[in-house]
Ligand binder design. Structure first.
Ligand code: F3S
Length: 298
């Protein structure tokens, strides 16, 4: 079995930055005797979160914060209301790991909504990144997920027609083809409305794009593909979607224990296996799967 790891696999710039800020916070807290709290899991990778819990970091919600502690804001960002609540606590040290690409969307929607634009967001309204984005909007907004393009088509038309100025953004982990489709549709509606202004920003993260492109290319060439990453990770889910469209023998695992006996049989029958990993998957987890596949092989 020949094992190939796709280019651009694993931890992205934003998550690497978040890890390094968290490490720094843990070190400083040790010196000062302060407790470190993660406001929700820093990333969607349960194994990594468990490792930090073992180092004394607690994952909490905003209601459980203690004064004089260190509070780490996750890379997906928080809402404006959550930040205002945090500001009311005495003596807490805030470590903000919000990815700069997410911060950019916050700034864009805040500015455009301040100028009177209604905001169209493509993404998952239940995802913390989208909740953070919508909290920065002062006016009207509409969130649509690609799976709702048909069912919410009427609502989308009504939203665009109800506003003279509409500004569109996409969740960082979105698939570009979906965003292009939405923008084409929205621009067509806007073009029929005299004086309507429709603007859109490119907000899809290039780390996600590169990861998807490299994994998709590799998936076409190998017998099986293994995608590594948390089952609750949005970017890993999209990576798996891209890969499994190109290769029917695709598996999504967090650790070697997730492979079933029949998965292992299929892998054994593949002469070539490709590996890719989501943006919140550390290098050690990739190495662990690589050596597991090597042992299956042997
Ligand atoms: Fe940021 Fe992109 Fe990673 S948005 S957290 S660099 S996937």
């Amino acid at each position: 079995m020949k094992i190939t790891v796709a280019d651009n696999s694993g931890v992205c710039f934003g998550v690497r930055r978040a890890f390094s800020l968290l490490e720094e916070a843990v070190e400083n807290a040790k010196k000062n005797g302060a407790k470190v709290f993660m406001l929700g899991p820093l990333i969607h990778n349960p194994r990594v979160i468990k490792q930090y819990e073992e180092k004394g970091v607690s994952v909490i919600d905003i209601g459980s914060i203690q004064e004089n502690s260190c509070v780490v804001i996750r890379s997906h960002g928080i809402t404006k209301e959550e930040r205002a609540k945090l500001d009311r606590f005495m003596g807490i040290t805030l470590v903000d790991t919000t990815c700069p690409y997410v911060q950019r969307i916050h700034q864009l929607v805040e500015k455009r909504s301040g100028e009177g634009f209604a905001v169209l967001i493509m993404g998952d309204r239940e995802h913390s990144e989208v909740k953070g984005i919508t909290s920065m909007i002062s006016g009207d907004f509409f969130v649509i997920h690609p799976t709702e393009f048909d069912s919410k088509n009427g609502e989308l038309c009504d939203f665009i027609k109800a506003h003279d100025k509409v500004f569109a953004v996409a969740q960082t982990t979105s698939r570009p083809a979906n965003y292009e489709y939405l923008l084409k549709k929205a621009r067509k509606i806007a073009a029929e409305l005299p004086g309507h202004r429709f603007l859109a920003a490119e907000t899809i993260c290039t780390a996600t794009l590169k990861r998807q492109d490299s994994a998709g290319e590799l998936a076409k060439k190998v017998g099986s593909m293994v995608v590594i990453g948390g089952k609750i990770s949005s970017n890993t889910s999209k990576l798996f979607q891209v890969v499994s469209e190109k290769n029917k023998n695709s598996f999504w695992v967090e650790s070697p224990g997730d492979f079933s006996a029949s998965d292992i049989e299929k892998l054994k029958n593949s002469e070539t296996v490709g590996i890719t990993a989501g943006a919140s998957t550390p290098d050690e987890q990739i190495e662990e799967i690589k050596s597991f596949l090597g042992s299956v092989n042997g």
